[in-house]
Design a protein around this ligand. Structure first.
Ligand code: SAM
Ligand code: SF4
Length: 332
């Protein structure tokens, strides 16, 4: 079986799988209040997701991240994680991880650890309960904090993802840095991306990370470190806490040249780039036969179309979506 190498010579070794587009939260920058979710009948079964992931592993994928929507609200998700962990045992897969809002983490932490999940990303944009409820339109911060603590106690390394949102959380960044530093969690700051139709102008929330970095630099001593975790974040060490902070800057800095990933939706659509509309349906070839030949041919053809990069813009003229689908469809 051939590895996946795109026309720009980039090896595709990282698969992100959105296992559901549903979520128990409605974060203001991610979803609208009244979302229409995909009909359940269109979803791939857990067995089909396993077969797809396994095919990608045979084609050179070394890292799989489950995301969504909220991956831990998909019924039976722990069975999928348990089944996929066989590829960790065999050494074909190097990392199985997930990005979660943490709401269900407390119940699953121990089992995740026993399935070989060594680190997870938890999205947490503020440590203020009221602001958290407003931002997620319903979330209970205490539950998330219990979940994070349980995962950490189970030996899972935590990275907190914080989306910078003007008017919401720019004043919370110092608290988050201290909180993560005290607990040994890594932290990543993310620029908001123009994905999906919203009932407001994206420019109202968008903060360039250059501005955030300037404000962090006033209170903390950061030094660049060469750490690369296979993703687009650039990392710094914080002298005062000994912790690490990463910056993901899809809008102010283009990181596409080293992109090693593709994204699969819960209906089997493969997106070769988060910020482009081009996609390939893998559900039809998956279901067309019990063998994987058609599926592999479809994947190979898709990889030849992986674009050079995305072209997100948010400014005074461009406040609408760069792509029409919400982040919860392709996963963050
Ligand atoms: N529900 C899980 C969570 O929140 O971690 C996983 C899915 S969520 C779509 C993945 C990540 O995407 C989260 O860290 C979230 O903050 C981020 N995200 C969602 N919409 C975004 C947007 N428009 N711009 C930037 N990041 C976004
Ligand atoms: Fe749900 Fe995650 Fe989107 Fe928030 S960011 S609405 S938790 S999918």
């Amino acid at each position: 079986m051939t590895d996946m190498i795109d026309p720009f010579g980039r090896h595709v070794t990282y698969l992100r799988v959105s296992v559901t587009d549903r979520c128990d939260y409605r974060c203001v920058y991610c979803m609208s209040e009244n979302m229409t979710f995909l009909p359940k009948k269109d979803l791939l079964s857990l067995e089909e997701l396993d077969r797809l992931c396994t095919t990608f592993i045979h084609k050179g994928v070394k890292k799989i991240r489950l995301t969504g929507g909220e991956p831990l609200v998909r019924r039976g998700i722990m069975n999928l994680i348990g089944d996929l962990s066989r590829h960790l045992d065999s050494g074909h897969l190097e990392e199985l991880t997930l990005t979660t809002n943490g709401s269900q983490l407390e119940h699953h932490a121990k089992e995740l650890a026993s399935c070989g999940v060594k680190r997870i990303n938890v999205s947490l944009d503020t440590l203020e309960p009221e602001a958290f409820r407003k931002l997620t339109r319903r979330g209970d911060l205490a539950k998330v904090l219990d979940g994070v603590e349980a995962a950490s106690a189970a030996g899972i390394h935590i990275k907190i993802n914080m989306v910078a949102l003007r008017g919401f959380n720019e004043h919370c960044i110092n608290d988050m840095i201290s909180w993560c530093g005290e607990r040994g969690y890594d932290m990543t700051m993310i620029e908001t991306m123009p994905m999906g139709e919203m009932d407001f102008h994206r420019g109202d929330q968008y903060m360039p990370l250059s501005e955030i970095r300037e404000s962090i630099d006033r209170d903390w001593t950061l030094s660049d470190i060469p750490l690369r975790t296979g993703g687009p974040a650039r990392y710094c060490e914080i002298a005062e806490t000994g912790g690490r902070i990463g910056f993901i800057t899809p809008l102010t800095h283009n990181f596409c040249e080293s992109c090693n990933r593709v994204r699969l939706t819960c209906t089997g659509t493969l997106y070769m780039c988060l910020g482009q509309d081009d996609a390939t349906d893998l559900r039809a070839p998956l279901r067309a036969s019990e063998g994987n030949e058609m599926l592999e041919t479809a994947i190979d053809e898709a990889i030849t179309r992986k674009p050079k990069g995305h072209d997100f813009i948010i400014d005074r003229e461009n406040g609408g979506p760069g792509v029409m689908r919400h982040m919860s469809v392709t996963g963050g």
